[in-house]
Design a protein around this ligand. Sequence first.
Ligand SMILES: [Zn+2]
Length: 155
Amino acid sequence: MADQTDVNTLPDTTLIELTAGVVQSYLNNNQMQPDQVPQVMQQIHDKFAQLQGGHGGAEAATASTSPQHEPPVRPKNSVRKNEVVCLECGKTYKTLKRHLRTEHGLEESDYKARWDLPKNFKLVAKSYSEQRSQMAKDLGLGEKSAGRGRGRKKT
Ligand SMILES: [Zn+2]
């Protein structure tokens, strides 16, 4: 007896046999009027046919959004102090954005959707983002706003 996942490779005659098998086991556990049997058989056959017909399409539709494998680390633990783990291939980078696009053809938003990460999740190593804000200060962005404040006090 084939199991349900093999249904889509089987010819229609086997589908009928499958249906008969299900009906038989159903009858073993349930009381049914004889005239209800064809109706139940039809419903079960339809369900199998639906599974058979819909299987390939459903698989193709989810392929782009669902991960095909287990992530190397838990998605929410993928950002570390000095590196970000790519959940697609397990490699580590300072930032993932460019790697995702060049290696996996994914935008950050696609990647977050695939791994169920929040939209504001930063795919940047913690020390790297700290470094960047330090760089911003070093470049005088902090001073500039302080200067503006002083200027306002004078007038
Ligand atoms: Zn990768």
